[in-house]
Design a protein around this ligand. Structure first.
Ligand SMILES: Cc1ncc(C[n+]2csc(CCOP(=O)(O)OP(=O)(O)O)c2C)c(N)n1
Ligand SMILES: [Mg+2]
Length: 901
């Protein structure tokens, strides 16, 4: 059966049309128009009608995309505010220095790499911004600029012109170990006075930028800082727009009306291997994507040389041709000499041939000039972004990869990989850039082309410095302010330290209590930023909804369904809690903006980001790594931790390895507390280390469990061991002949404590119990001691803390954890005796805790057997005793190993 195609406007038919006659007349005249003038002209006329409708604010949905033209017509362009001749000259030097620096680095030390083609495509994007828009930090805290990661050479080259970097710095590009080196990409850890935002892991810059802009608003609404003048600029590659993180937070930015945010996409149509959308048009695709997400889109596609052509395109032939040409073809026009475009683009269509008839061979129209290399177009786009209100703006700037670097490089598929230019290519570049007066042929004979900088007193130098002075000084510049936050004193921690008596509680509940106390503590309270990705109820933090409110820039425009209840869902403009919804990447980006606020705003904030531990390190590990790079501070809380403690959720939820992943982050303090008082001690110490006097560049990860048990009080003198990673929790019972020591962490405390009783009662073993709060800390301390001893053969010997502490205990040693065995194995080398580790290697599954602990061989029976087996191996008991115990506890010695199950 034939079916009529579903028309786009079909939904309208369900609504009555009281003006049916009028409607029919309009439709008839459209049909007539198309018949008389054809589709091209009809499109144009209808476009004008729709634009008129939008001026009347009729609320018609805007089109998904607009023609392949600049968004801003020439008559709406602001006059260019700068001295173009000087800027041209400065830009030429920047590009020259990019090529020289990267080439010299690769001549000096083969293989250090670097990029020339990407900065060449981006130089104008940055130069226009450096001269006219980026605000530095003199006066207020300025703008926050996220540079495209591998365009860094353009930023170094400019800093050199400004005198911020010297020749020795440029010659240290990608050779950081000598002292004056420049890092390959933006890394605040390596250049802490320069870079603010690490961006080179593609996608992280954009998502961090969105949440930075959002956090700026949060600081404003909470009256912590005046961020109203700050703008977040994020420069992104067009290939980078394929990253889920790049586009994952676009709708948040629109929903929260972040008109303090501008993305600039460097649309050079190429990624590393080849075209981004050879068969399509990346700019059109991105326009639709950003418009769909609610952004203001400004396309800067064509250079000024085309204004006149476009203005004379009466037939719409040029626009048609532009629409039907794909990026692969545009790339070809950028590779071939101008004659190629004349022949294949223009002369293939008689109407276009007529449009360019009579123009000389070298007319710039035949180079297909792109808007991203035209400062008029770029400034107009930036100005539009600055003036726009109510939504973020994206500037889609069309550029050429390797622009200006000559026919062997420009727009070639391999352009990305060019790391070195030859003398002949430098000579040609010099001529093209008009730098003949500065670079004599003799300077190009070796493989060290000179660096160029305008001398003192030259107009170029005066100009570029004056522009930056006017705009508030150098960009980028990282200038941390105060890091100290008033410490809360002992009160918020007291309840956790007392223990819970008979009451069974979890470490998660203990943490929730602590967090609420900290929020109320004078001084620090207003600085605390609780962050949850739609799991506050899971973690018992829903009281915060009403207590501190959920941050919502528009306040609450509805009455919540639970308004009458004490714990109502309260959204407020000055809400303190960041309820992120289901986006771990977004939540981590908020954590990042908050945890680096001391550096961006000089306002230290104390974020506590609490999440399903499984969806932390393995989901957003790269963002956590970037946080470390940024010297961020704050607490990550991996709740529902443990492969068997979170029991019903199965394979994708039950985490037994986040601590292992955490062990890879150098400046992360990772803890696996068993008891409420351990949580208290660790958080108190963390606050002092991160926000006290002489603060350190560390951040914290704590696992939190959802298993309830009575929390014991803090044992006397345990604080130091808790912080260092290990302390004696319970002495061995009196009586038994044989001795052993059990190390437990987190929720494995139950198995260890039960095993202690069983060993004493049934097996004549007196086992001591130690709580291992941080194998990472123990290992790092031991490695430091070991290294010291290795490099100081005649110095005083150092003993690793773990070895020294356990020297008071009797082996054999058995460690039990709800994480992988590799976690306690981190310290195996220094345990003074026989050492067995029991842990949860293997995929999780759903069942009761008891069944899971039996399966993973971490329950009390397995701890007992491990202790006995170790004693047997040490010849302290007979193997038969182990056999008996295995039989007694009903263990299956031939069960499939859980790691393989
Ligand atoms: C997450 C991630 N994956 C891969 C890379 C390696 N990489 C660096 S640049 C690049 C191509 C980038 O293309 P595009 O975003 O279009 O930038 P362009 O150089 O064209 O300006 C790739 C794949 C990276 N830096 N980060
Ligand atoms: Mg690209």
């Amino acid at each position: 059966m034939e079916r009529a195609p579903l028309l786009e406007g079909a939904f309208l038919r369900q609504l009555p049309d009281p003006d049916a006659g009028l409607t029919a007349e309009w439709i008839d005249s459209l049909d007539d128009l198309i018949g008389a003038r054809g589709p091209g002209a009809s499109r144009r006329i209808l476009g004008r009608v729709l634009s008129r409708a939008s001026e009347h604010a009729l609320g018609l949905p805007p089109p998904r995309s607009t023609p392949y033209l600049n968004t801003i017509p020439p008559d709406a362009q602001p006059p260019y505010p700068g001295d173009e001749e000087l800027e041209q000259r400065i830009e030429a030097m920047v590009l020259w220095n990019v090529a020289a620096m990267v080439s010299r680095a690769n001549a000096d030390s083969e293989g250090v790499g670097g990029h020339i083609a990407t900065p060449a495509s981006a130089v104008s994007l940055y130069e226009v911004a450096f001269n006219h828009v980026f605000r530095g930090k003199d006066g207020d805290r300025g703008d926050q600029v996220f540079f495209q990661g591998h365009a860094t050479p353009a930023v170094y080259a400019r800093a050199f012109l400004e005198g911020r970097l010297g020749e020795a710095h440029l010659d240290g590009f990608r050779r950081e170990l000598a002292g004056t080196g420049l890092s390959s990409y933006p890394h605040p850890r390596l250049m802490p006075g320069f870079w603010e935002f690490p961006t080179v892991s593609m996608g992280l810059g954009p998502i961090n930028a969105v949440y930075q802009a959002r956090f700026n608003r949060y600081l404003q609404h909470r009256r912590i800082a005046d961020t109203s003048r700050a703008r977040v600029w994020c420069f992104v590659g067009d290939g980078e727009c394929d990253e889920p993180e790049t586009i994952g937070a676009l709708s948040l930015a629109a929903r929260e009306q972040l008109d303090n945010l501008t993305f600039v996409v460097n649309c050079n149509l190429q990624r590393l291997d080849g075209p981004v959308r050879g068969n399509g048009k990346v700019i059109q695709e991105l326009e639709a994507l950003f418009r769909g997400a609610g952004w203001n889109v400004v396309k800067a596609i064509w250079g000024s040389a085309w204004d006149d052509l476009i203005g004379r395109d009466d037939e719409g032939a040029l626009v048609d041709r532009l629409e039907h040409t794909v990026d692969g073809a545009y790339q070809k026009y950028a590779v071939e000499p101008a004659g190629y475009a004349r022949e294949h683009f223009f002369e293939a269509d008689p109407r276009l041939a007529a449009l360019v008839a009579g123009r000389p061979e070298d007319d710039p129209v035949f180079t297909m000039p792109r808007g991203g290399h035209d400062r008029h177009k770029l400034f107009a786009a930036y100005r539009a972004a600055l003036d726009h209100r109510g939504s973020p703006t994206v500037v889609l700037a069309k550029t050429v990869k390797g622009y200006g670097l000559g026919p062997e490089i420009q727009a070639r598929n391999a352009a990305h990989q060019v790391k070195k230019m030859k003398a002949g290519q430098f000579a040609a570049l010099r001529d093209r850039l008009g730098l003949t007066d500065l670079v004599p042929d003799s300077a190009l004979s070796g493989d060290r082309p000179p660096y160029l900088a305008p001398a003192q007193g030259t107009p170029e130098r005066e100009y570029l410095l004056a522009r930056r002075r006017e705009l508030g000084g150098a960009v980028p510049r990282r200038a941390p302010g105060r890091t100290v936050v008033d410490q809360p004193g002992p009160e918020p921690f007291a309840e956790l330290r007392q223990g819970s008596g008979e009451r069974a509680v979890s470490t998660t509940m203990a943490f929730a209590t602590l967090l609420r106390r900290l929020l109320r503590a004078p001084g620090i309270g207003s600085r605390v930023v609780p962050i949850v990705p739609d799991e506050a109820r899971t973690f018992g933090l829903d009281a915060l909804f009403s207590e501190v409110g959920i941050y919502a820039p528009q306040g609450q425009r509805y009455e919540p369904v639970d308004a009458a209840m004490q714990l109502a869902y309260r959204e407020a403009q000055d809400g303190q809690l960041l309820e992120e919804g289901i986006t771990e990447a977004g939540a981590l980006s908020s954590f990042t903006a908050a945890g680096t606020s001391y550096a961006t705003w000089g306002e230290p904030m104390v974020p506590f980001y609490i999440f399903y531990s499984m969806f932390g390190f393995q989901r957003v590990g790269d963002l956590i790594w970037a946080f470390g790079d940024m010297r961020g501070r704050g607490f990550l809380l991996g709740a529902t931790a443990g492969r068997t403690t979170l029991n019903g959720e199965g394979l994708q939820h039950q985490d037994g390895h986040s601590l292992l992943l955490a062990s890879s982050v150098p400046n992360l303090a990772a803890y696996d507390p068993a008891f409420a008082y351990e949580v208290a001690t660790i958080v108190e110490d963390g606050l002092a280390r991160m926000y006290g006097d002489d603060a350190e560049d560390v951040f914290y990860y704590l696992t939190l469990y959802n298993e309830n048990y009575p929390m014991p009080p803090l044992p006397e003198g345990a604080d130091e061991g808790i912080v260092r990673g290990l302390y004696r929790f319970a002495a061995a019972p009196e009586g038994p002949e044989r001795a052993a020591t059990i190390l437990f962490s987190g929720s494995a405390q139950a198995a260890a404590r039960e095993a202690q009783s069983l060993l004493a009662e049934r097996h004549d073993v007196a086992a001591e119990l130690w709580s291992a709060t941080s194998y990472k800390a123990l290992r790092e301390d031991a490695l430091s001691a070991e290294r010291w001893n290795r490099l100081h053969p005649n110095g005083l010997r150092r003993t690793p803390y773990v070895k020294e502490a356990l020297s008071e205990a009797a082996g054999p040693f058995v460690a039990v954890t709800d994480f992988m065995k590799a976690v306690p194995d981190q310290v195996a080398r220094w345990v003074p005796g026989h050492f067995t580790t029991l842990g949860t290697d293997g995929y999780g599954r759903s069942d009761s805790r008891a069944a899971l602990r039996r399966h993973f061989e971490t329950d009390a029976a397995h701890v007992v057997v491990a202790v006995l087996a170790a004693l047997a191996e040490l010849d302290s008991i007979k193997p038969d005793e182990v056999e008996d115990a295995i039989a007694h506890y009903g263990l299956d010695p031939d069960a499939v190993e859980p790691r393989l199950a």
